[in-house]
Each structure stands twice: as structure tokens, then as C-alpha cells.
Design a protein around this ligand. Structure first.
Ligand code: SF4
Length: 225
């Protein structure tokens, strides 16, 4: 059943409180993929799909020790890529997509990873979440990338009312106040890890409880959204 969304004024108030309480983007803040160039950033992002951070980090390290450019990756070949990235799961599909991505970059894009969402999402194996992470962290654009924490918090609180991460991203892009676009991703992730956790959200002491649609509907006792 729909719990409803925050009004524009309530949404702005929620983001203002998040800004006051949660750390934002800092010079030392590492992007989720912390890679030094757009190519490695987009590949690391592909490897992270349905993988724990530690497994993604291991797969990424193993792969980039063998090849870290599109040409070197094509020389390495799909079977060797799959072996290197085995820790992150779905490795056959991911290896296939990496080879297709490198083919696209070398043949169509002069080895340049696009700096637009449309361009990124046209690449094999790159979805909205991955595109937004690359735009935000690698290209420094004001984009609220939606990971599992941002998805959970935005939809519990009522910043969005969406069933998927992509729809959540579209609603945030359309409706989030301007001041929240640069650091909103960071505020929501930190809040999701510290307060609005997946299993035990701390509703009783939450500084957003008076605004929260999930809390209003369940008084914090319902099944987590
Ligand atoms: S009141 Fe509870 S569900 Fe709502 S934002 Fe706070 S911790 Fe999350």
C-alpha cells in the first residue's frame, strides 16, 4: 500500500537535516570504486554488481594487475578475464561484457569513456546505477547515484516512491532540491549505514522521524521496507 511521498517543502527540510547531520563529499572521500581513470572506474563498477565490496575489491585488483586498458584487456581475452574476476561472481557474464565494452571503446569511441548518462548506458553491461556512479565519482557531476542504501532510505522516508533503483534515481533527479544534488548520495548512504539500517532502523531516535512516511505508517514496528 502506498505510504505517500514527502511534499517538496518536507523533502527540502529532510535534505537540510541530512546535510547538517551527515558527512558529505570530502577531498578524502573515496568513490565506491576508487579507481584512477574512467575506464577502470566503469569496469570496477561492472564487477560490483551483486557482489560484496571485499569480493569486488579482490576481483578488481586481480584483473587490473593483468590489464588496465581496453587494448590490454582485449589481448588478455575473455577466459583469462573470467578467471581473474572469479571472486566477484557472475564472472562469465561480466567477462563477456568487459570484452564487448572494450571492443566498443576501441572501435567506436576512440578509447574514451563517455561523460554522459546516455553515452555510458549505451555501453555493454552498464546500467543506470553504474553510469551515475561514474558520472558522480569520476566526472564530478552533481548526480545522486542510487545504491542499496540510497534506495532503501529514499523510499522509506518518502523522498521517492519507487519499486526499483532506476525509478528512485529518476525521481531524485527530477525532484531533489538543487542543494542536495552534489552530496545527497553521500548523506543518504551514511544515514542508511548509521541510522536507517536495513534490519534495525533506529526510528525512536531518528532526526527524520517526524517527516518519515514509513515511521508514520508503522511507528517503526512494521516490516522494513
Ligand atoms: S524514522 Fe525510521 S524508517 Fe524513517 S528515516 Fe528514520 S530510521 Fe528510517
Amino acid at each position: 500500500m502506498s505510504r505517500g511521498r514527502l511534499t517538496a517543502a518536507e523533502s527540502a527540510e529532510a535534505f537540510r537535516r541530512l546535510e547538517a547531520e551527515m558527512p558529505g563529499r570530502t577531498a578524502t572521500a573515496k568513490g565506491p570504486k576508487d579507481q584512477p581513470d574512467p575506464f577502470r572506474s566503469v569496469v570496477a563498477c561492472m564487477l560490483s554488481a551483486q557482489s560484496r565490496d571485499a569480493n569486488t575489491a579482490l576481483a578488481t585488483e586481480r584483473l587490473f594487475a593483468l590489464a588496465d586498458t581496453p587494448d590490454a584487456m582485449l589481448l588478455l581475452g575473455e577466459a583469462a578475464i573470467a578467471r581473474a574476476i572469479k571472486p566477484c561472481g557472475l564472472y562469465n557474464m561480466k567477462a563477456r561484457n568487459i570484452v564487448r565494452l572494450c571492443g566498443d571503446l576501441t572501435q567506436r569511441l576512440d578509447r574514451n569513456v563517455p561523460a554522459t548518462r546516455e553515452g555510458l548506458m549505451a555501453l555493454p553491461g552498464v546500467g543506470r546505477k553504474c553510469a551515475d556512479i561514474v558520472l558522480s565519482f569520476t566526472y564530478g557531476q552533481d548526480v545522486i547515484a542510487v545504491d542499496t542504501h540510497v534506495f532503501r532510505v529514499a523510499n522509506r522516508l518518502g523522498l521517492t516512491e519507487a519499486r526499483t533503483a532506476d525509478e528512485t534515481a529518476r525521481q531524485l533527479e527530477r525532484d531533489a532540491p538543487g542543494f542536495a544534488r552534489r552530496d545527497g548520495h553521500f548523506w543518504l548512504i551514511q544515514f542508511g549505514k548509521a541510522v536507517c539500517t536495513a534490519r534495525r532502523p533506529q526510528c525512536e531516535t531518528c532526526f527524520l522521524a517526524d517527516l518519515c512516511r514509513w515511521f508514520a505508517a508503522t511507528r517503526g514496528d512494521g516490516e522494513p521496507a
